[in-house]
Design a protein around this ligand. Structure first.
Ligand SMILES: [Ca+2]
Length: 105
């Protein structure tokens, strides 16, 4: 299963391009642009599992920093600030990682 089986390559390209500048990343807009908001919970889970590279069941900070690369290989890494903002948004229980259940991804 690859990201483009779940999401449109065109939408991903557009979304990644929109947030190409450092510190411009807006996860809500990004997830909307790639079409994640329209996906079923099951499909969102599949996307999550692609982003969970070490299959730990969680997205840890290092995986979060390269989250855009999970969508398309040529994308940039998030800055430390962006990574921390995204972690704070998705980490509901404050354990420093994002789980698939109840996460904002
Ligand atoms: Ca992981």
């Amino acid at each position: 299963m690859s990201m483009t089986d779940l999401l449109s390559a065109e939408d991903i390209k557009k979304a990644v391009g929109t947030f190409a500048a450092a510190d411009s990343f807006d996860h809500k807009k990004f997830f909307q642009m790639v079409g994640l908001k329209k996906k079923t919970p099951d499909e969102v889970k599949k996307v999550f599992h692609i982003l969970d590279k070490d299959k730990s069941g969680f997205i840890e900070e290092d995986e979060l920093g390269s989250i855009l690369k999970g969508f398309t290989a040529g994308a940039r890494d998030l800055s430390t600030k962006e990574t921390k903002t995204l972690m704070a948004a998705g980490d509901k229980d404050g354990d420093g990682k994002i789980g698939v259940e109840g996460g904002s991804l």
